[in-house]
Design a protein around this ligand. Sequence first.
Ligand code: GLN
Length: 493
Amino acid sequence: MSDLLDLNAVEARKALIKKSISAVELTTAYLGAAEATAGLNNYVNLTAEHALSMAAESDKRINEGAPGLLEGLPIGVKDLFCTKGVTSTACSNILRGFVPPYESTVTSNLWNAGGVMLGKLNCDEFAMGSGNETSVYGPAINPWQGSDKVDLVPGGSSGGSASAVAARSALMATGTDTGGSIRQPAAFCGVVGLKPTYGRCSRWGIVAFASSLDQAGPFTRNVADNALMMSAMASYDLKDSTSTKIPLQDLMGALDRGVKGLKIGVPREYVMDGMDNEVVNLWEQGQAWLREAGAELVDVSLPHTKYALPAYYIIAPAEASSNLARYDGVRYGTRVDADTLDGMYEATRAAGFGDEVQRRIMIGTYVLSAGYYDAYYLKAQKVRRLIKDDFDTVYQTVDAILTPATPSAAFPVGRKIDDPVTNFLNDVFTVPANLAGLPGIVVPGGLTSNGLPLGLQVLGRPFDEAGLYRVAAVLEDAAGFTFKAARIAGGGS
Ligand code: GLN
């Protein structure tokens, strides 16, 4: 069984098409792995029967000689995606028991390409958090451990997705990224995560957090698998008015193009107080790797970087407060009855939303309220434009930007949950890309002295996911990151 789990997605696809393995065998191995690693709490709903019947269909299509791009590959889905007939809760009490009568566009694309759904993955409630600790199902755990063997967070909000891919209980997984929720967990769990350009993947059928920032993207074990999954996920969608018609580039073809002649920017404002030395060292190492591969490294300035976090933590809650107004106890999930209609709304929302979500709703309604709108929300929107302008200017001279992924490695479960502001700092390197709508990828670069993964982030021009994969493939090659998490299905090292 463990050798099936050793195959990455590209290898598994080849073996499936050659019929040296079957989709049912592969899916069975992953379902077993999910059960064996259940202590990591990364699945909130393992849909074994459904998975096996999808896998049997895949085997049929392979036998008929008509395999899709992801035929027979087992995929975990963040619980933020609506999946038809399968409970979808955004890991919130308020959506407990909600079974959507429709499928999100992104997941439809995956199943149309032959992907097999393993189940729904844990995440922060409504994708608000950086450690997967706000989930109503309890925290997902990182399969990596430092020498002290303390349980660590997998990052958030797509913590279950990153944890499952690292623990080999999903070959691939979907995530969403509003301020870093794909890239930060990818870094914490030593896997590859891409946040595509805003508009690249349809948002239709994904529980909305902050609509102008939300993007879906893939989690995989390596860069090639990521390009493969992304090739199937992205599509123009009439049902999402912000989805793009700009054609997706040949992502797999970008992988071996190298970086010779590319100009890579290194933003000086990303050197920040409180950053671990090991993070700085890896960043410098990343620059050296790209230089050795023939890229030109250029010192650049993104002067408004320091305003990105404050602007994000106004804009994201503002949009969230409006998006979450729909959870009123009438249309979905939980209802707590009361004598009056207003009383029912209040009781439902008080019981249905956790602390972090309530905090965001309060901040959001405050910054949108008459008298404060101009001072906070409008100001934040103006700052957002300046941040976007910084990138536009820099991209006139460089092709991509290299930064650290996170200011530190994964932290212990429970350490930051009571300190929202420290928690917010996790997103310092990832949030600017969401505000500017740009694509970003995180690749594992190395381990800390305590044995925990650290990631490097590459940011690209709008709609240049291929350019990101080009740079990411070179970094991956140079880093030679073959370490495995300690708590992995089939035994780690
Ligand atoms: N950690 C950030 C937040 O809590 C980002 C979350 C996300 O990208 N969904 O808002």
